[in-house]
Design a protein around this ligand. Structure first.
Ligand code: NAD
Ligand code: G6P
Ligand code: MN
Length: 444
């Protein structure tokens, strides 16, 4: 019998919460819950999601005690895990992160380039606050963080809360591994054993095998060289129903061409083909608008419908299957499963020729004692150069935040591979400061 766990989801009003709760309900055999709490700093927003989730849980898993709260003490007391997915400033600020750089001819993306830097400067405050609540009210708990931008958040927590029990994780490699499984005819990305190195949203696969140890790289390379990670036959993947994600999956073909020895993370398109991305962006309608017009609108309408009907029996909210990695991670920590997973952790030699204090994304073995990164050896010149440049950008952002330094943030933007010059960096910075007044520390 597995011991029942208590979880708080921070960012309870997120567009992902309902799907994650469905997924948790479906995984009660692997990760049983005694208590599930939602926490958010926006009462109204969270209430819409929470009222629907209350009905879902009463119908499908009534044994789980469920509450939603905006009170940190109530939310963080007696929990084993904090699952954090907050978005400081919400989707309207994401829209600004994406649109402001585009005004200056630079790509606008929520986690990469200037947009990611701006979002990072906001997120640090929110995630550190969550860590402090966890350490105060449930000091033995683990925080599983997927609030973005995960790289900058990870670096900030390494510096500001070095003893915190926090693991940063991203679903992009999980989604790409599912695409790989589809390409080679495996059922699930969980059947793949990989070697991978880099940073969050910035990494490369050097090996992809099945559980029997068969090398899947030749078949994958042949496919990616033609189609990227887009399937050549129809597969059931809701993400790929969206044109913008399909384009990202296809563009992996051109990213792969730059280094045919490895398979790339999709996000490398923003660093290797920023001109292409900018050219194909609509400065008046970015991904934030798509998310607000679709995912956010639909999920909130469905939550309200569930509450008005007082039943979720016929709901179309799907269990976020791609979110199952969260249960794998929490289960590994709680039940010692020695799961092998890609996590964002302190390098400490995992990538031998990269700064030991960089926060890198590498395979780790996860068990009751925490995570143990696997050794990925030395990386070649292309990756080493790109990684070191991006690590320095992220470290400069965190230093700028802590020291409230205008100059360091200007340096970070100037160093970003996505920004052409210090003068453009300065123009973008000044516009971002204006837009983020409410959220950033005041820079000197
Ligand atoms: P969202 O705006 O719908 O939800 C975020 C919620 O967090 C909101 O309800 C908001 O009120 C709340 N919030 C903001 N600041 C807070 C704070 N300081 N304390 C408590 N609550 C706070 O956003 P979304 O599109 O659902 O995304 C949620 C987050 O998950 C984002 O950070 C997004 O980038 C991230 N995400 C990460 C991954 C990954 O793989 N790492 C995958 C998907 C989404
Ligand atoms: C992937 C990334 C996340 C990111 C998300 C954005 O899942 O791993 O880090 O938040 O994409 O998706 P969206 O649909 O909000 O553009
Ligand atoms: Mn991610």
């Amino acid at each position: 019998m597995l011991e029942k766990q208590s979880v708080v989801i921070a960012g309870g009003g997120s567009t992902y919460t309902a799907g994650i709760i469905m997924m948790l309900i479906n995984n009660q055999d692997k990760f049983p819950l005694r208590k599930l709490k939602l926490y958010d700093n926006d009462f109204e927003r969270q209430k819409i999601v929470a009222d629907a989730c209350d009905i879902i849980i009463k119908e499908r898993a009534p044994q789980i005690e469920f509450i939603a709260s905006t009170d940190p003490e109530e939310a963080f007391t007696d929990v084993d895990f904090v699952m954090a997915h907050i978005r400081q400033g919400g989707l309207p600020m994401r829209e600004k992160d994406e649109k402001i750089p585009l005004k200056f001819g630079v790509l606008g993306q929520e986690t990469c380039g200037p947009g990611g830097i701006a979002y990072g400067m906001r997120s640090i405050t929110g995630v550190i606050e969550l860590i402090d609540y966890m350490q105060k009210y449930s000091p033995n708990a683990w925080m599983l963080n997927y609030s973005n931008p995960a790289s900058i958040v990870a670096e900030a927590t390494r510096v500001l809360r070095p003893d915190a029990k926090i693991i940063n994780i991203c679903d992009m490699p999980v989604a790409i591994k599912q695409a790989m499984a589809d390409i080679v005819g495996l059922k699930s990305g969980n059947e793949i054993v990989d070697r991978y190195y880099g940073l969050n949203h910035f990494g490369w696969w050097t090996e992809v095998r099945d559980k029997e140890g068969n090398d899947l790289m030749p078949k994958l390379k042949e496919h990616v060289s033609k189609h990227g990670y887009a399937p050549d036959v129809s597969v059931d993947n809701p993400m790929l129903a969206e044109a913008s994600w399909m384009d990202t999956y296809q563009k992996a073909r051109d990213v792969y061409a730059v280094d045919p020895d490895t398979l790339p993370n999709t996000y490398l398109k923003y660093y290797m083909y920023p001109d292409y991305v900018t050219k194909h962006s609509d400065p008046n309608h970015t991904r934030a608008n798509e998310v607000m017009e679709n995912r956010e609108k639909n999920i909130f309408a469905e939550c309200k419908r569930i509450v008005s009907q007082q039943t979720a029996k016929d709901t179309n909210i799907e269990a976020g299957e791609h979110a199952e990695f969260i249960v794998q991670l929490a289960g590994a920590l709680a039940f010692n499963t020695h799961e092998r997973m890609l996590l964002i952790v302190k390098n400490e030699g995992a990538i031998a020729n990269v700064d030991p204090n960089a926060m890198v994304e590498v395979p780790c073995i996860v068990s009751k004692r925490g995570y143990e990164p696997l050794s990925m050896g030395n990386v070649p010149h292309l990756q080493k150069g790109m990684i070191e440049q991006q690590v320095s950008v992220e470290k400069l952002v965190v230093e700028a935040y802590i020291e409230k330094s205008y100059t360091k943030l200007w340096q970070a933007l100037t160093l970003s591979k996505t920004v052409p010059s210090a003068s453009v960096a300065k123009e973008i910075l000044n516009a971002l400061i204006e837009a983020n007044k409410e959220y950033w520390p005041e820079l000197k």
